[in-house]
Ligand binder design. Structure first.
Ligand SMILES: NC(=O)c1ccc[n+]([C@@H]2O[C@H](COP(=O)([O-])OP(=O)(O)OC[C@H]3O[C@@H](n4cnc5c(N)ncnc54)[C@H](OP(=O)(O)O)[C@@H]3O)[C@@H](O)[C@H]2O)c1
Length: 323
């Protein structure tokens, strides 16, 4: 049994607890909150054996093997690093850090301490994305792709009402790019590798975070546009175009329905079984790595590449809006 402690008491940690139960091999050992009463209440709610409001104390405990970090984005780096330096495996929510340099530090520390650090990027471990990757060869030479994730957040209403909301707070690493835009970035890097160049533009919301944006990534012979938004919605699918056909993907962050259209007029559809939203595939990868002492080099390379693209998008978009 991998004895895991959780950081964060929002719905995503509840989802983690549910999906960890589905994966199996995990014991919820402790729930941490900055507030002791909330920690105790949350531990009861998710069935954790204990609770804590003392993070260094919890990380020093011999009763935990691993930590799941689901705090605001700006806290990921410090908490993940503290966990690995305490000799604990860490599964850290996306984005694992705000910069590639920070994640490199976590990666190096994990290697030095003989523990696993993994970004909980569910798209990267989703069998739907693996199927997309396996079908690219059918498309001929790849030339264009549009990867999109646009979903209006109910919390945007709070922003419009003048409230401060973590997920839209730049001081906490909030904003649409770091949130749902990152699924498009991660999928792009997983499918095509890192682009040579990125240009981007975004629109901001009150408080300064980006609410929606577009990026154009170029590769030798291939261009990819990324579209993301937490302030509008869209029904457009993602699509990858090659010289012999195109692949339509219902949701790039969680592909469940794929349609291959060959330019000879034939089509092929694929349904990917499984719920639209699950952390289980990433949790399974984490458990396997922890149990088998597996090699996370490729996982880290993908995370580092995606974080470099995230930084390039931010730089280009900020240049564009003059901020
Ligand atoms: N993989 C996915 O599909 C998925 C989905 C949603 C979210 N996420 C990720 O999960 C993470 C959490 O997102 P969320 O929307 O749940 O965040 P959130 O509600 O703003 O914060 C999560 C938890 O962190 C603690 N917290 C709040 N403000 C904090 C602060 N200023 N400093 C330190 N801790 C603070 C709170 O717990 P206590 O007050 O009890 O300590 C809170 O329950 C993000 O990184 C997000 O990207 C991933």
């Amino acid at each position: 049994m991998l004895r895991i402690a959780t950081i964060g008491t929002s719905w995503i940690t509840r989802q983690f607890a549910t999906d960890a139960g589905i994966v199996g091999g995990i014991a919820l050992a402790c729930a941490y909150s900055r507030d002791a009463a909330r920690a105790a209440e949350f531990a009861t709610a998710i069935g954790a054996a204990s609770s804590s409001d003392d993070l260094p104390g919890m990380l020093a405990s011999p009763d935990i093997d691993a930590v799941y970090v689901a705090s605001p984005n700006s806290a990921h780096f410090g908490q993940a690093l503290a966990a690995v330096e305490a000799g604990k495996h860490v599964l850290v929510e996306k984005p694992a850090a705000l910069t590639a340099a920070d994640f490199q530090v976590v990666s190096d520390a994990a290697r030095a301490h003989g523990v696993v650090a993994l970004e909980a990027m569910r798209t990267a471990y989703d069998p739907g994305l693996a199927l997309v990757g396996s079908m690219l060869g059918e498309l001929g030479v790849l030339r264009r792709a549009s990867l999109r994730y646009c979903q209006r957040s109910s919390r945007y209403d709070q922003v419009l009402a003048g409230e401060r909301v973590n997920i839209f707070d730049p001081a906490l690493g909030g904003g649409a790019l770091n949130d749902i835009g990152y699924y498009c970035v991660s999928a792009m890097v997983a499918l095509f590798g890192e682009p040579n160049q990125v240009v981007a533009r975004w629109t901001t919301v009150p408080g300064g975070a980006d609410g929606a944006g577009t990026a154009l990534a170029s590769y030798p012979g291939l261009v990819v546009d990324l579209g993301w938004s937490k302030i509008t919605a869209s029904s457009l699918a993602s699509e990858i175009e090659g010289e012999r056909g195109f692949l339509t993907i219902d949701r790039v962050h969680s592909p469940r329905a794929l349609r291959l259209t060959r330019l000879d007029g034939t089509t092929q559809t694929h349904e990917v079984p499984g719920p639209e939203f699950t952390l289980a595939f990433g949790i399974q990868r984490f458990v396997d790595l922890c149990r088998d002492g597996g090699d996370a080099t490729a996982d880290h390379a993908r995370t580092l590449g995606a974080l470099r693209v995230l930084e390039a998008i931010r730089t280009s978009a900020r240049d564009g809006d003059g901020s």
